[in-house]
Design a protein around this ligand. Sequence first.
Ligand code: AMP
Length: 284
Amino acid sequence: MEVVKTIEQVREVVRAAHSKGKIIGFVPTMGALHAGHISLIEAAKKKCDFVVVSIFVNPTQFGPGEDFQKYPRPLEKDLEICEEQGVDVVFNPPQQQMYAGENLTWVNVEKMTEGLCGASRPGHFRGVTTVCARLFNIVQPDIAFFGQKDAQQAIVIKRMVADLNMPLEIAVCPTVREADGLAISSRNQYLTNQERADAALIYKSLEKCEEMIESGTKDSQTITGEMRKILNQSALIEIEYVSLVDAKTLEAAEQISGRVLAAVAARVGSTRLIDNIVVDSGEK
Ligand code: AMP
């Protein structure tokens, strides 16, 4: 496995692999790798001949007062995991490689970035799409792998790729969960024991939503009301949003129809966690 730090180096190794006819898979990450990231690497290994993982904590997607400084950066352990998983190249650029000077060019996907996480994290998706556009231009993969865990991110990136005619495919992989349903996240390590236990209520609320849609409930507010009741069982959980939206357009779904994305964002103690499921109501 090669670990490269510069844009020039990663371009060179990928060009060499491409010229041998290899399909290039790419897994962009911010490091602190866990089973969720590993599932993306496994999917990339399955579909591609050459797998590049990037590890870069992207400053432009963090707002003022967010956890950019304290975000975990266990690079040695991450590299061990990548090696074990049979990754071909890790691209781990220092900040000045990715943002050498003042950044004047931004990629912004409109409308779909306004709701859900976009409402409380202004500029977050602009940072995500900008860094992904740069990474796609640098690595030039055939397929890039993202997690359903960050559903809005995956949808926004798909839209950017479609709207800007970027020559790659976006693959979205299922959310990997702990035994009690909590979606695995690099931020779970911030939780105290009690917060960690209560955080399982997030997935419980999503299960309730699925159950209600499957048994025919159509009114969104009735469903989100029940979901809120579950989350409110913990005094440590502060709800940011509980939303049911169209799984493709992210438009609010007042009455349930077609494929619905049920999404929750909540602070558990001081840690912001998000999770979601897609439920097919079976009706258009
Ligand atoms: P991050 O390092 O948090 O930026 O995440 C890198 C990628 O891993 C993103 O595409 C995430 O959606 C994905 N990811 C994070 N957690 C999970 C999870 N529990 N299951 C599946 N994918 C995940």
